[in-house]
Design a protein around this ligand. Structure first.
Ligand SMILES: [Zn+2]
Length: 266
């Protein structure tokens, strides 16, 4: 009797082993694939292999489609997503986006810039800090409020503000709707040089944006706020356009403008 139970026990163990190997082993390649996939996703290496850092869940979609073809809307370079989505934005048509507008912030650190933008209800897509850190704040697919102005003929717009920002021309070279805005942390003073880290970061960022959005890297598509709005003089004359490959870019003085006297330019 005892022996039969032992044999039965052995048969049960063998049976369980066979079932286990028969059903579970074929799953191993799948499990292996899942492990491989999650390994790839750790670096957010997309199928096209374009990403670096692991961004939080609020980052924009990888690719969006506009007329003219798909456009990558997530930077390929390293950016800081810490304050992403915290600033005001509005919808816009992706097919309109074909400019980059550069600014200086008027202060000396990105944290203060971000606070000021929040307090004023303004926004910008990127802020480049003194140390070259690039803060990505507003999804490139959305309108940010960084260079808007009223056309000289638009009385309803002009009447809306006590001190309206008036466009330099009836058809400004860039608008909030068609541009991606980059604020560079700089006080604007003559004594305040843009840092090497900033030039390096701006260079990389402008190239990255231009490449992904198919924006020509030329003087008509990469512009300064001073070219858009009357009374604006940013980025300050200290900004060296040749450092982003635009050595012949129109300067503040070419437009008959001067920095405010407090900025200390000779
Ligand atoms: Zn500006």
């Amino acid at each position: 009797m005892e022996f039969r139970y032992i044999i039965a026990g052995i048969l049960v163990v063998v049976l369980i082993t066979v079932i286990f190997l028969g059903f579970v082993t074929p799953l191993f390649p799948i499990a292996q694939n899942i492990i491989n996939l999650s390994k790839n996703n750790v670096g957010f290496k997309s199928p096209s292999g374009l990403y670096g850092e692991t961004p939080p869940s609020t980052v924009p979609q990888d690719v969006q489609v506009r007329s003219g073809g798909p456009v990558l809307t997530r930077p390929k370079i390293d950016v800081n997503y810490e304050h992403f989505g915290e600033l005001n934005y509005a919808d816009r048509s992706l097919s309109d986006v074909n400019k980059v507008v550069l600014h200086h912030t008027g202060d000396d650190n990105a944290a203060q810039t971000i606070n000021t933008l929040k307090a004023k209800g303004l926004s910008v897509h990127y802020v480049v800090d003194r140390d070259g850190t690039i803060y990505y704040l507003v999804d490139e697919t959305k309108t940010a409020f960084h260079c808007g102005c009223c056309r000289p003929s638009d009385t309803s717009c002009l009447n809306k503000y006590s001190n309206p920002p008036v466009c330099l021309e009836e058809h400004p070279v860039a608008t909030n709707l068609d541009s991606i805005g980059i604020e560079i942390v700089n006080t604007g003073e003559y004594s305040d040089e843009y840092t090497e880290e900033q030039y390096s970061a701006i260079n990389a960022l402008v190239k990255d944006v231009a490449e992904r959005w198919m924006i020509p890297l030329d003087d008509n598509h990469i512009v300064g706020h001073y070219e858009v709005t009357q009374g604006k003089w940013d980025p300050s004359p200290n900004f060296d356009w040749s450092r982003i490959g635009l050595a012949d870019h129109v300067m503040l003085e070419d437009l008959g403008k001067t920095p405010p006297s407090w900025a200390g330019y000779p």
